[in-house]
Design a protein around this ligand. Structure first.
Ligand code: ADP
Ligand code: NI
Length: 203
């Protein structure tokens, strides 16, 4: 990626996500970018230079079009397109980045089939589990004015329910070997966290 393009993208992502307090800020974008880089590194010859660039750009910008954060996702997509154009990314690569980020997301139920989709999804989901995953989940819940837990075990409107609805399921859906390995440790950490939490509130 050229310095011009990287600079334009990181400034754009900062401006769009700096005010997010639901776990989707520019730090999340940076971590997903780093995760994607490490996954690509572990698969070296399987990922072309062109795909690598597309995945890394998608990792940085993916949440600037999230419908949970922005009402008008079409407008957001247009902004991304404009930045990538300004950074002189090839027309075809721009199209691929926009496609990739449009299909990303747990709730979209889109099956990741291409290597680009799988790497991006793994990179994003690695950031949803482990220590960082726990912090993001609490941030998200608090941002929605939800309590962390309730003494009523059937209360689904509490943040802790999200561990069972999604977070504890993510390790089994990883595609790449690198992400599967990292996910194991992060999954165990979440199990320990929950074990300790229930222990403390019962003590
Ligand atoms: P994706 O980007 O895969 O669609 P989301 O943006 O829905 O995933 O979720 C990203 C992260 O935001 C989750 O891993 C979690 O930390 C937090 N989050 C999303 N939905 C909830 C929820 N209902 N309760 C608590 N945290 C949530
Ligand atoms: Ni994300």
């Amino acid at each position: 990626m050229t310095d011009l393009l990287f600079g334009l993208i990181t400034d754009f992502v900062y401006n769009e996500l700096n005010n997010d307090y639901s776990g989707h800020d520019h730090f999340h974008a940076k971590r997903v970018y780093e995760n994607a880089g490490k996954i690509i590194e572990s698969m070296k010859e399987e990922v072309s230079q062109e795909s690598k660039e597309i995945i890394l750009i998608a990792a940085l910008v993916h949440d600037t079009i999230d419908s949970k954060l922005f009402k008008n996702t079409n407008k957001q997509l247009k902004k991304v397109k404009k930045i990538l154009k300004k950074g002189k990314l090839k027309k075809n690569s721009i199209k691929e980045v926009l496609n990739l980020i449009s299909n990303l997301g747990y709730s979209k139920n889109h099956e990741a089939t291409t290597i680009e989709e799988q790497i991006l999804e793994d990179a994003d989901r690695l950031d949803a589990i482990g220590c960082v995953g726990i912090i993001r989940t609490i941030e998200f819940g608090t941002n929605k004015k939800r309590k962390f837990y309730s003494f009523n075990q059937d209360d689904k409107n509490v943040t802790i329910a999200h561990f069972y609805e999604k977070l504890l399921k993510l390790k089994d859906g990883m595609h790449t070997e690198y992400a599967k390995n990292i996910a194991l440790g992060r999954h165990q950490f979440m199990e320990s966290f929950l074990y300790e939490f229930y222990k403390e509130i019962k003590d």
